[in-house]
Design a binder for this molecule. Structure first.
Ligand code: MG
Length: 162
């Protein structure tokens, strides 16, 4: 078994589309980013890479590379899962916590779980997404950004030469 943890923050700006947990969220603000800014997927990717000591998402998909400009982060997650499987591991489970003041995400959580599980070719029962506000405290509470933490457990699925 391998355990991994990921963390990411993106700033919010009015007039940008909000992609979060692999789905489009109806919001007046979206994330400032080189990619589509899906901060939940970025934290999840870092947790998966971290579990295998493979560095971080910035090392694999640098924001200076035009190939990743505006990219759908689900493609990054799929690529990271391929690395996980190449290393001989499968997803045990993932647990993601999103801190966002607005909009409320409660009604969209299951859609995020199903979408992320689909990209990872995993059972949605293995993917948890939770959302919280910060009671208007800090940069999240002021609506300036979104903060996400992700934890994953990977299970060895096949022997490797490593
Ligand atoms: Mg990011």
């Amino acid at each position: 078994m391998r355990i991994g943890h990921g963390y990411d923050v993106h700033a919010l700006r009015e007039g940008l589309p909000m992609w979060l947990g692999g789905i489009r969220i109806d919001s007046e603000k979206g994330f400032v980013a080189h990619s589509d800014g899906d901060v939940a997927i970025h934290a999840l990717c870092d947790a998966l890479l971290g579990a295998l000591a493979l560095g971080d998402i910035g090392a694999h998909f640098p924001d200076t590379d035009e190939r990743w400009k505006g990219i759908d982060s689900k493609k990054l997650l799929a690529a990271v899962m391929e690395k996980v499987r190449d290393a001989g591991y499968e997803l045990g489970n993932a647990d993601i916590t999103i801190a966002l003041q607005a909009p409320k995400l409660r009604g969209r959580i299951d859609e995020m779980r199903r979408t992320l599980a689909g990209v990872m070719a995993a059972d949605p029962g293995r993917v948890s997404v939770k959302a919280s506000t910060t009671e208007r405290l800090g940069f999240v509470g002021r609506g300036e950004g979104c903060e996400v933490w992700a934890s994953v457990l990977l299970l060895k699925s096949k022997p490797t030469t490593e």
